[in-house]
Design a protein around this ligand. Structure first.
Ligand code: AKB
Length: 334
């Protein structure tokens, strides 16, 4: 690995400011690539080190540093933190709900050991650490409507269990060791450019590709499964605002959400643009394994604390999000 260039500075009325150096793990995933782009535009390409265990596409290599980082390997991570003089880590490496449920052992390693490693590094090297949680951290006994930040949390999926472990351990390190740990519970994220990676909410992205390419979608969830969702650019903005908030926030973990809908409501909105679009659902007697996961999650979140504490506010609701998704995917096909 070549040595990093000197830190980038920018001038302000008060003098020179050194930008934070940020390491993003899992940066080739649905969220990571957008966040890396945004942070590079804010802090300079050299100050944002993207990492993953796969080869990066050319645009990553062209705009800034990219390193191999196996989050299960503590000393490898520590070397990156030291060599690149990292100040903040955004930890995106994780197995999502559906993939985790198929491979619980791997989910325990990646989601729990990986998080424990970055948390310990944050303690030792005084790093700010942002790692997202999820609606999956709730469970079947959680109140389903307008679910608050603090409520019953008894997840029954391996994904949810690993994310609740993350929330609690991060909070413990914050209180016990003063680690600046921040987290938000993400809903399902929709984006046209980067595919989601094995979640239960992935139907809400797949549906657009199928609608445009085939005019039909075989949905794996039932027509009335209501889940909280958000457009990617809102998620990135909310994450950046949370990550960069200058003063300590009263809570460690916040709900953030934008819109809630069912597959049938999404299909109806798509039909306003593509009147011939059709959708089919599984036989209720033979549900997909992801139905059980979705049924254990809230249908809507109360995110008023995030709105109050770091100004969280979405730009996209169902109508403008559907239009944007269709326009973007249509442009990819043309
Ligand atoms: C998933 O479906 O697993 C994720 C999530 C809601 O955390 N998108």
């Amino acid at each position: 690995m070549s040595p990093p260039p000197p830190p980038q500075h920018s001038s302000t009325a008060a003098g020179a400011v050194r930008h934070p150096r940020v390491l993003v793990t899992g940066s080739l995933g649905q969220l990571g690539s957008g966040l890396v782009k945004e942070l590079r535009s804010m802090y300079g390409n050299e100050n944002v080190v993207a990492s993953d265990i796969r080869k990066a596409p050319d645009e990553f290599m062209a705009t800034g540093p990219f390193v191999y980082a196996d989050v299960m390997n503590y000393s490898m991570l520590e070397r990156i933190v030291v060599d690149w003089r990292i100040d903040w880590v955004v930890h995106y490496s994780a197995l999502l709900s559906a993939v985790a449920e198929k491979n619980p052992q791997l989910a325990l390693s990646v989601n729990m050991t990986g998080f424990q490693n970055v948390l310990e590094l944050a303690k030792v090297h005084r790093l700010r650490l942002y790692s997202p949680s999820t609606i999956g951290a709730f469970g079947p006994t959680t109140p389903k409507v307008n679910t608050p930040d603090l409520t019953i949390m008894r997840p029954n999926t391996i994904y949810g269990i690993t994310k609740l472990h993350m929330e609690l351990l991060g909070e413990y390190y914050r209180e016990k060791f003063g680690v600046d740990f921040r987290s938000a519970r993400y809903p399902g994220i929709l984006s046209a450019d980067t595919p989601p990676g094995g979640g239960t909410t992935d139907y809400a992205v797949d549906i657009f590709h199928h609608a445009i390419r085939h005019g039909h979608y075989d949905c794996f969830l039932s027509k009335d499964t209501r889940l909280p969702m958000m457009y990617l650019s809102d998620c990135i903005k909310g994450t950046v605002d949370h990550l960069t908030h200058p003063t300590p926030l009263p809570q460690t973990v916040y709900n953030i959400a934008a819109v809630s809908f069912t597959p049938e409501e999404l299909a109806s909105e798509i039909r306003k643009h593509l009147p011939n679009f059709t959708i089919s659902y599984p036989d209720p007697k033979n549900p997909d394994f992801r139905q059980v996961i979705a049924d254990s999650w809230p249908g809507s979140l109360d995110d008023s604390m995030a709105r109050r504490d770091f100004g969280w506010k979405e730009q996209y609701g169902l109508q403008n999000m559907v239009k944007l998704m269709l326009d973007k995917i249509q442009a990819q096909v043309d």
